[in-house]
Ligand binder design. Structure first.
Ligand code: FAD
Length: 470
């Protein structure tokens, strides 16, 4: 009987344990993607990007004589049950995910299928180190990154598998939905056309991106990774987020670079382990996704209204602080933001504007094409000070000195801020094209005055912090 390979955030053919196992069985293989209540809940950009990824995977499968069967259902189980009935499939294989909602869904599906005599198997692949396999000496989980890194850095990471050569198509295919009918771009009010040029879509592009990084950028990565104007990082997060490449593939490429003496290689490996650490934390403390990881933060007087004027100014890149605004515009136009800039805008929102990190987390979830539940939550709580291994609250990033240090010739700010420039950069103008009309933004506007004084905002936050401690 056929095996259904249920693709979710693992949109690749190589280094795909579930697909390889299904193909190795010699039985017919039916690749499936189900658009269910969980994928429908994604923010605008992640959902749109997922739709593009699904289309790319369908193309890749067709080139190998297979297909991707698309089904839509509120409950993924209903779609899988229908397919099992239609195809006589005796097994469903998939790659494991780790956020609590997906885990609950998948566990219930596994139990139900097993009860029906259907083989249901989940495989690793989204992570290098299963979160429950990394333990402290006393058997607990890690709350601090450095010892986590030390405990995994010399572990064996399975070498990546090649894509299966024969995908064993079934004699007849079940019917498939039309991806266009799902309208996964429906919430992209800012216009998918603006963001599309910044996307590197699919497995082949992901491999090329990694190859380019290793060949040309990794040597200087350690120095360049902090300057947002330099294209000095791997940009793999977009593809890792949807599994268009596996972390194992990135890790082994990094290890080879290390052996060849490329200078930034160890730093790159460490960054990949930050992603693992985020998943480790989410697995052991799922509350990191929506509650202060440190409970003592629960009485901090965060401003919690996502529609407040100051929050809107932040979202629209109109705070009057050039580094912050440049970054927020980069996010809106490209669906990405440089890591240094992410820390600065997050610090500004949670400290200078004393706004709850959840509001920033939600906006990133709406806008990022590399959105990842674990890294986003960890990044926000780390910056806010409420997370494990967090930056202490009193370390308030100063966006002016940060700019002097990390964007000394203002190349980043100039790329993204059109106001006041005789010949604004195309990207700076693209932001205005992308803005919904009701935002009322115009490149002819004068650049706004700061909505809070940096010194005043900093002092306000620190006073609230000190008061909370008493
Ligand atoms: P590189 O510098 O080339 O690093 C290689 C890989 O290591 C990345 O692709 C990523 O998978 C991993 N990595 C690097 N830095 C981190 C980090 N700090 N935490 C976890 N993994 C890391 N990353 C996401 O993938 N999705 C998110 O939604 C996300 N939200 C964030 C929110 C905030 C507030 C902050 C401060 C950080 C967030 N990050 C997120 C982490 C980081 O900013 C991005 O992973 C990084 O900028 C991606 O660019 P890159 O692929 O060029 O990274």
């Amino acid at each position: 009987s056929p095996i259904l390979v249920w693709f979710r955030r693992d949109l690749r053919l190589s280094d795909h344990a579930a697909l390889s196992a299904a193909c190795a069985s010699g039985r017919p293989v039916i690749p499936v993607f189900v658009h269910d209540g969980l994928s429908d809940k994604l923010g605008a950009a992640p959902k749109w990007r997922l739709g593009l990824g699904v289309a790319a995977l369908a193309d890749a499968l067709e080139q190998k004589g297979s297909r991707l069967i698309l089904r839509r259902a509120d409950q993924a189980l209903d779609a899988l049950k229908e397919l099992i009935e239609e195809t006589g499939a005796g097994a469903v294989y998939w790659s494991r995910l780790y956020d609590p909602e997906t885990v609950a869904r998948d566990s219930a599906i596994k139990e139900h299928l097993k009860g029906q005599g259907i083989e249901a198997r989940s495989f690793g692949g989204h992570l290098m180190f299963e979160p429950w396999t990394v333990e402290t000496k006393t058997g607990g989980f890690y709350k601090v990154y450095s010892p986590f890194w030390k405990s995994v850095k010399t572990r064996d990471v399975e070498p990546p598998r090649a894509a299966p050569s024969d995908l064993h198509p079934p004699e007849s295919w079940p019917k498939s939905d039309d991806l266009a009918d799902w309208q996964m771009d429906a919430q992209m009010n800012r216009g998918a056309a603006v963001v599309r040029p910044f996307v590197q879509l699919g497995e082949t592009a992901a491999q090329a991106r990694l190859g380019h990084f290793i060949a040309h950028l990794i040597d200087d990565y350690k120095d360049n990774r902090n300057t947002p104007a330099t294209d000095g990082t791997s940009n793999m997060s977009e593809n890792l987020s949807l599994g268009e490449i596996s972390p194992h593939q990135c890790w082994h490429a990094g290890q080879r670079a290390l052996q060849e003496g490329k200078r930034g290689a160890e730093t790159f490996l460490k960054e990949l382990v930050w992603r693992e650490f985020a998943y480790h934390l989410m697995h052991h403390t799922p509350r990191i996704l929506d509650q202060n990881w440190r409970e003592e933060w629960d009485d901090f007087p965060w401003q919690d209204d996502g529609r407040a004027a100051e929050v809107w100014a932040w979202k629209k890149g109109r705070t009057g602080v050039p580094f912050v605004d440049a970054a927020m515009r980069e996010l809106y136009v490209t669906g990405r933001m440089h890591n240094r800039a992410r820390m600065i805008v997050a610090s500004y929102l949670t400290k200078h504007l004393m706004t709850h990190w959840r509001i920033g987390q939600a906006w990133f979830e709406e806008c990022l094409i590399d959105w990842d539940p674990a890294s986003n939550a960890m990044g926000w709580q780390w910056t806010a000070g409420s997370g494990p291994d967090a930056a202490p609250y009193f370390r308030v990033f100063n966006p002016v000195t940060q700019r002097e240090k990390f964007d000394p010739d203002a190349a980043y700010v100039d790329r993204w801020i059109a106001e006041g420039q005789e010949q604004p950069h195309d990207d700076a103008l693209a932001f205005f094209e992308a803005c919904p009309r009701h935002w009322g933004t115009d490149p002819q506007d004068s650049y706004p005055m700061p909505i809070v004084s940096l010194d005043g905002g900093r002092k306000r936050a620190l006073t609230a912090y000190e008061a909370r401690k008493d």
